[in-house]
Write a protein that binds this ligand. Structure first.
Ligand SMILES: [Mn+2]
Length: 534
């Protein structure tokens, strides 16, 4: 894992501002920062990314360190690799994963190689099996007969003709120099193979006889001692590998890994997917002082709103426009928190401060975040800086801000229409005199123009409330932040509404200019005409 990488991420249940400000901020330092989102993007956010012509960043579900994060990438070998290849590789790494395609078959350490070699040292009847391609790449030399597997008990013929004659068996792989006098014995016993050393080869006539007897003949260009030494090196890792190492999953966390390492006193744990794919090697030593993931928080600063595992990570900075909650860090970090309309505003200002070029894509995204959080500069949180930055972004995105806003809020409405229960999220119940009234409200810039497409959904949820709460009157306020007015829907005993507002409520609705507050403008009037709330 690249531990220098900094995760740039917003809050959970991400809104548009928190996703785009992560992308915008990460683009300031692309070689170090990588943007993520902390949850599923909503329809409005997806719309902004579509307008910008780019994809939403990947999901970050946790900042906890995993086995995969701590694992090392190593060179692997296949099971036919020789001890010679393995020992060369073991000069560079302590362990070799043995793979078939990408599946782990086992692991090999120096110890494993020695165990095999050692085991053979005092055995009389050691069987070797040398695949032709393995032999050829390990011992310099050539086959004098068609290449075949050489399998049998090695026997060096250095003794007298008589002794040798008594010792040779049919399962032998004979290693010898120019002892042509022994050839009749080898032919008679039909040994498996003959390996001539020092580059020797028999006469054509002898070779023909050996070939006809089905004996494999190999000529090694080395002398006998080195030929035999290298025969050990021609063993394959398949014979030495530990086929049953304790493995861990890529997602296993630090706590689990520490418990596991106490249980099994191994030094190495291969990291393996459920399907057996090898992902890396975890070393016990790495668990002692694990690295920490670096994170930059945007659009939030409360740990409760952050991605899980924040406490295991190192916070490198915060860029936000919310109140500062309880927060401590180990080292001094860069914190930008200002009371402005959006985090996108602050991110965009960093481009100005750092004199960094902003792409059209980033400008579109940040304008989307700014417009979303400030309700297109209409919210009470909007500051002069937001207005300035909005203009800056509008110029660079080549996108009229109002057009962007209407696309965004349309997407927001579409989402509400798909799940109309969102319409009554802030439903409140009142009793004025003997009249039970329920009032719900949503605030949308340009909301009054959206009435036609929202009417059915509003009617459905408010009629349900009417029955469920046994209301006399159900009111729905579709408040238009841009026009600063409210389209008021009345369901149930509509004549009460007609009386209170002295208006006809044709089609059950009435537009009330300059009415935006339920608490200050709707409830007091109902109370005044119908009687006290209680
Ligand atoms: Mn925000």
């Amino acid at each position: 894992m690249d531990m220098d990488m900094v995760y740039v991420v917003g809050h959970k249940n991400p809104d548009t501002d928190s996703v785009v400000s992560a992308v915008g901020y990460a683009a300031l330092k692309p070689e170090e920062y990588v943007a993520f989102r902390a949850g599923e993007p909503n329809d409005e956010t997806l719309e902004v990314f579509q307008l910008a012509g780019t994809d939403v960043p990947p999901l970050l579900s946790s900042l906890r360190l995993t086995a995969l994060d701590m694992s090392k990438q190593l060179t692997s070998l296949d099971e036919k690799a020789t001890f010679l290849e393995a020992s060369k590789l073991l000069e560079k790494q302590k362990v070799i994963p043995v793979l078939k395609s990408d599946k782990l078959l086992g692991i090999v350490t120096e110890k494993d190689l020695f165990r095999v070699i050692q085991k053979e040292l005092y055995e009389e009847e050691v069987t070797v099996r040398l695949e032709p391609e393995v032999l050829i790449k390990t011992i310099p030399g050539r086959f004098l007969t068609p290449p075949r597997v050489i399998e049998g008990v090695p026997l060096v013929l250095a003794s007298s003709t008589e002794t040798a004659g008594n010792r040779v068996r049919s399962n032998n792989v004979v290693i010898m120099g120019d002892r042509w006098d022994l050839l009749p014995v080898l032919l008679k016993r039909r040994v498996r193979a003959v390996i001539f050393t020092m580059g020797l080869s028999p006469s054509e006539n002898d070779l023909e006889q050996l070939t006809n007897a089905g004996i494999v003949v190999f000529s090694s260009s080395l002398h006998t001692y080195n030929t035999i030494r290298l025969m050990f090196m021609a063993f394959t890792v398949k014979e030495a590998m530990n086929v049953n190492p304790v493995t861990v999953s890529p997602q296993d966390g630090l706590d689990f890994l520490r418990r596991l390492s106490n249980l099994h006193r191994h030094r190495y744990f291969p990291v393996v997917e459920e399907d057996g794919s090898f992902r890396g090697l975890l070393e016990l030593a790495d668990l002692a002082s694990p690295p920490r993931k670096k994170v930059l928080l945007v659009d939030h600063n409360e740990p409760g709103q952050a991605v899980d595992g924040l406490q295991e990570a190192q916070v490198m900075g915060i860029i936000d426009h919310h109140r500062l909650g309880a927060f401590t860090t180990d080292e001094p970090v860069k914190i930008i928190i200002e009371p402005v309309g959006s985090t996108s505003t602050l991110v965009a200002r960093e481009y100005v401060r750092q004199d960094t070029h902003m792409t059209r894509q980033v400008a579109t995204l940040l304008l989307g975040g700014l417009v979303s959080d400030t309700l297109n500069l209409q919210s009470v949180t909007t500051t002069p800086l937001d207005v300035d930055i909005a203009q800056f972004l509008e110029e660079r995105s080549f996108l009229p801000r109002d057009e962007l806003a209407s696309r965004l809020f349309h997407a927001r409405v579409q989402a509400v229409l798909r799940d109309p229960s969102a319409l009554t999220k802030d439903f409140k119940l009142f009793t004025f005199g003997k009249v039970r009234v329920g009032i719900a409200q949503i605030e949308i810039p340009g909301g009054s123009s959206l009435a036609p497409i929202m009417r059915d959904a509003i009617e459905k949820v408010m009629t349900e409330k009417l029955e469920k709460e046994r209301l006399d009157l159900a009111l729905f306020m579709l408040t238009d932040i841009t026009q600063k007015g409210t389209l008021l829907f009345a369901f149930g005993q509509r004549h009460i509404a007609q009386m209170v507002w002295a208006k006809p409520f044709k089609d059950g609705t009435e537009y009330l200019p300059s009415v935006v507050s339920r608490k200050k403008q709707i409830v007091p009037l109902l109370e005044q005409i119908l009687g006290g709330n209680g």
